[in-house]
Design a protein around this ligand. Structure first.
Ligand code: HGY
Ligand code: MN
Ligand code: MN
Length: 418
C-alpha cells in the first residue's frame, strides 16, 4: 500500500492541547489524573472524546462492555477497518499520558487526514477500551479481554471494587452500556495499532524517539489471603501471636527474592496490600495482597508463581497461619504481528526518527487484541521512565514523534486512495 509522503506530519500543538484538555477531567492531587474506570469522571472523559470524534466526522458505536468505536469510512465499504486506540481510564494516582496518548493520538491521525484530505481504502476506527488499568476492578485490560474472548461478559460484569460495587452496575450507572454485542466485530479487523508511553526508562536512556514494540512481557496476578487471629498488641504474649501482617511481610520478602533470582528480566512486587482490622492496637488477623509477577518468558512466570505458593505455605505453616491463593489476572508473553511491526519500523525510518526494538514491560489492550487481529505497538519515551505516578511526564516532541509514526503506520496499512 502507498505510504504518506515523509513530509506529512500530525499537528503537535493540537494533539498537546487535546491531551491537556482531557487531563482537566478527573484531576489528581499532584498534577496527574484520577479518572478511574466507570466513574463519573470516566463518563465525562468519554463524552469529550465522543464530541471531538463527531466534530472530526466520525460515527460512534459502543459495545456492551462500553468499548467505544469511532469510525471514519474508507472508500471500500467491504474492506476491514484498521483500528487505532488505547484507554482513557487512569490509575488513582495516574499520569496524563498513560493510555490517553494512544486514544488522542488516534484522533489526531483522523484530524490530520481530514486536514490533508486523505482518503483510505480501509475504514479507520479509533477506540477507547474500557477498564485497561484493572485498578478499581481487576484484572487489567478487562474489556479488551472480553472483546477478545478471554473472559466472559458475565464474569466481567460481576467483578467487584473495594466497596462491593459491581463493574456491570457501574457501567450502567454512567450510561455507557452500548447496544453492540462485545466481540461482534473481532473477526472483522484488518489490523490494530496502539501508541503508548514506554512507562520505563529504556528509550530515554538510549536517546531513542521511538520504541518498535516486538513483544509484550507476560503478567501474573495472584491474590493471597493470610489468616491469623486479631488480638491486643499490648497484652498478647509474643509466642501466642498469630500475626497475619507479619506473615505477609515475610512472604513479600520472598517475592522480591524470587524475582531477583530471575534477574535481569523478571519483576515482582505487591501493589495492593490490606491488613484487617487495620487498627493501631490490634495484631492483624487477616492480610490480603496481590502479587504481580512479570517476565518475557512464560516458564519463568510459572516458576515464580509455583515458588510463591511453596514459600508462602511454608512461612504460614511455621507461624500457625492459614493461606489461600486466587489467580485474579494474567496473560502470556505476546509476540506482535511482524507485518504491523514492520509498518511501524518503516514509518520511523521514513520520518527520520531514531528507534529501537523494545519489549513492553507493561500490559496493554494490544496484548489481548493481538489474539484476534494483526497488532503492533509504538512507544515514545517518558521522563525518568516514570508512570503510574502523577508526575508522569513526556515532551511535546516525543508525543509528536509517536503520533507521526502512528499516522504513517495506520494510513499506510489502510491504503491511501489517490
Ligand atoms: O498493569 C499494567 O501493566 C497496565 O498498566 N494495566
Ligand atoms: Mn496504559
Ligand atoms: Mn497503566
Amino acid at each position: 500500500m502507498a505510504a504518506p509522503g515523509e513530509n506529512l506530519r500530525i499537528n503537535p500543538d493540537r494533539l498537546w492541547d487535546s491531551l491537556m484538555e482531557m487531563a482537566k477531567i478527573g484531576p489528581g492531587v499532584a498534577g496527574g489524573n484520577n479518572r478511574q474506570t466507570v466513574t463519573d469522571e470516566d463518563g465525562e472523559g468519554r463524552k469529550l472524546f465522543q464530541k471531538w470524534c463527531e466534530e472530526a466526522g466520525m460515527t460512534m458505536a459502543v459495545d456492551t462492555m462500553g468499548n467505544m468505536f469511532m469510525t471514519r469510512p474508507g472508500t471500500d465499504p467491504d474492506a476491514l477497518p484498521v483500528y487505532v486506540g488505547s484507554h482513557l481510564d487512569t490509575q488513582p494516582t495516574g499520569g496524563k499520558y498513560d493510555g490517553v496518548l494512544g486514544v488522542l493520538g488516534g484522533l489526531e491521525v483522523i484530524r490530520t487526514m481530514n486536514d490533508l484530505g486523505i482518503k483510505t481504502k480501509h475504514p479507520i476506527v479509533v477506540t477507547n477500551w474500557t477498564n485497561e488499568e484493572g485498578t478499581r476492578f481487576a484484572p487489567a485490560m478487562l474489556a479488551s479481554g472480553v472483546f477478545a474472548g478471554v473472559h466472559t461478559q458475565d464474569w466481567a460484569y460481576d467483578r467487584e471494587d473495594h466497596d462491593g460495587k459491581k463493574f456491570g452496575d457501574e457501567l450502567k450507572r454512567i450510561g455507557w452500556v452500548g447496544d453492540e454485542e462485545v466481540g461482534a466485530r473481532k473477526d472483522k479487523m484488518h489490523a490494530m495499532f496502539e501508541l503508548h508511553i514506554e512507562q520505563g526508562p529504556i528509550l530515554e536512556a538510549e536517546g531513542k524517539d521511538i520504541g518498535v514494540v516486538t513483544h509484550g512481557q507476560g503478567l501474573s496476578w495472584t491474590q493471597v489471603t493470610v489468616t491469623g487471629k486479631d488480638s491486643h498488641t499490648g497484652s498478647t504474649p509474643m509466642p501466642m501471636r498469630k500475626n497475619a501482617g507479619l506473615g505477609m511481610a515475610r512472604i513479600l520478602e520472598k517475592v522480591d527474592e524470587i524475582a531477583w533470582s530471575h534477574a535481569p528480566h523478571a519483576v515482582g512486587a505487591a501493589g495492593h496490600i490490606e491488613v484487617f482490622p487495620n487498627s493501631r492496637n490490634v495484631i492483624p488477623g487477616k492480610a490480603v495482597f496481590t502479587i504481580d509477577f512479570r517476565s518475557p518468558d512464560l516458564a519463568v512466570i510459572q516458576d515464580m508463581e509455583n515458588r510463591l505458593k511453596v514459600e508462602a505455605q511454608k512461612i504460614c505453616d511455621d507461624m500457625g497461619l492459614q493461606v489461600e491463593f486466587e489467580k485474579v489476572g494474567g496473560f502470556d508473553p505476546v509476540e506482535f504481528d511482524k507485518g504491523c511491526v514492520e509498518a511501524v519500523r518503516n514509518a520511523a525510518e521514513r520520518l527520520g526518527y531514531s528507534h529501537q526494538n523494545i519489549i513492553s514491560g507493561a500490559g496493554h489492550d494490544a496484548c489481548w487484541i493481538n489474539k484476534v487481529a494483526p497488532t503492533a505497538m509504538i512507544m515514545c519515551p517518558c521522563v525518568d521512565g516514570l508512570s503510574h505516578n502523577e508526575a508522569e511526564e513526556i515532551s511535546k516532541d516525543w508525543a509528536k514523534a509517536g503520533a507521526d509514526v502512528l499516522f504513517h503506520a495506520v494510513v499506510e496499512t489502510a491504503g491511501i486512495v489517490e
